[in-house]
Design a protein around this ligand. Structure first.
Ligand code: NAD
Ligand code: ZN
Ligand code: ZN
Length: 362
């Protein structure tokens, strides 16, 4: 058993509490990882606020991170102690029908199919003050040590800087992949990105790498525009600067609407606005933002009748185990610079300050 620090969410709506926890050794098929760095994604904030159903507390959140294998359980063959790895918030068992389908990335062993935040054998490896603490998405990266099933671990290049590539565990890979993988944005096309957080800015980077001729970046926080421009946005607009609905503004700017629109916020109204911002015939709208459980979107079905497509994208559509390792190699080859997304670096003791910065739009 390893004793170390972790950020524990004891109850819905309470700030995280940095505690000493006990982390049990990995059982068969599991890997214990020393987490070196973690990123904060808005989805962790949703967990803390109790947005998701079937979430058991107390829980150690965090689903974006990078670390080093400390020990492995019986039967583990793909990684060994000392390997650098990225925990996968969307696993990739390689055996289920979706893993075997080259076009799918939703592994049936993932937590969305089986909502419970324990490890696959329905037990936890974490305890604190004599209480069992739950895992989150099997990864719980806000702990100095965590235990994860082998099929939710990607081995990465030993040269990778862990404090930088941790972003590839969710935020960067999600946004970048939504553009280059889920949608396969075509050279010369036009794009609109609603929401310029870590994930939305990564969509901008993906559209740019794919060769989009115009990338319209949309946010109500104009402080996000300088970074969006640096990453490839050609136009930055704030919906609050216009009297008319933003979809009309985007349609006028482009003639008939963009070829691809992305919602990276998680609101009902911006989803319908993003849908209506892509052209009526071949336009593709990609939903990335997560709506609170139970929210319903209503829109005029004629928006789809004329040919528009509404798509969803989870972790960039990547088959995570192979693709995230390959993205780390692309990072090392300088095919993109995800370091530009890093605004602050804090020690784990200041994890709540990190969430305050996120909520303040910084
Ligand atoms: P973030 O909070 O950092 O960014 C959201 C941005 O949207 C902010 O810049 C904010 O100013 C802007 N915004 C808020 N309301 C707006 C409005 N009405 N109009 C225009 N802009 C508005 O969040 P993030 O970490 O980038 O995550 C974005 C979303 O993606 C979240 O809902 C998160 O849960 C989701 N997510 C989905 C996946 C996936 O696999 N599909 C993965 C990671 C995150
Ligand atoms: Zn995330
Ligand atoms: Zn699978």
């Amino acid at each position: 058993v390893i004793r170390c620090r972790a950020a524990v969410a004891w109850a819905v709506g309470k700030p995280l509490s940095v505690e000493e926890v006990e982390v049990a050794p990995p059982k068969a098929g599991e890997v214990r990882i020393k987490i070196v760095a973690a990123g904060i994604c808005r989805t962790d904030d949703h967990v803390i606020k109790g947005v998701f159903p079937n979430m058991d507390f107390p829980v150690i959140p965090g689903h974006e991170g990078a670390g080093i294998v400390e020990s492995v359980g019986e039967g583990v063959t793909s990684v060994k102690p000392g390997d650098k790895v990225i925990p996968l918030c969307l696993p990739n068992c390689g055996e289920c029908t979706f893993c075997l389908n080259p076009e799918a990335n939703y592994c049936l062993k993932c937590h969305f199919s089986e909502p419970q935040n324990l490890l696959p054998d329905k037990t936890s490896r974490f305890t604190c003050k004599g209480k069992q603490i739950h895992h989150y998405l099997w990864v719980s990266t806000f702990a100095e040590y965590t235990v994860i099933p082998e099929y939710a671990v990607a081995k990465i290049d030993s040269a990778a800087p862990l404090d930088k590539v941790c972003l590839l565990g969710c935020g960067f890979s999600t946004g970048y992949g939504a553009a280059v993988n889920t949608t396969k944005v075509k050279p010369g096309s036009t794009c609109a990105v609603f929401g310029l957080g870590g994930v939305g800015l990564s969509v901008v980077m993906g559209c740019k790498v794919a060769g989009a001729s115009r990338i319209i970046a949309i946010d109500i926080n104009k402080d996000k525009f300088a970074k969006a421009k640096q990453l490839g946005a050609t136009d930055c607009i704030n919906p609050q600067d216009f009297k008319k609905p933003i979809q009309e503004v985007v349609t006028e700017m482009t003639g008939h609407g963009v070829d691809y629109s992305f919602e990276v916020i998680g609101h009902v109204d911006t989803m319908t606005a993003a849908l209506a911002s892509c052209n009526m015939n071949t336009g593709v709208f990609v939903m990335i933002g997560e709506l609170p459980a139970g929210e319903v979107v209503s829109f005029d079905p004629l928006l789809l009748l004329t040919g528009r497509t509404w798509k969803g994208s989870l972790v960039g559509g990547w088959k995570t185990r192979d693709c995230i390792s390959k993205l780390v190699s692309s990072y090392l080859e300088k095919k993109f610079n995800s370091d530009l997304l890093i605004t602050h670096t804090l020690p784990i003791a200041k994890v709540n300050e990190g969430f305050e910065l996120l909520r303040a739009g910084k």
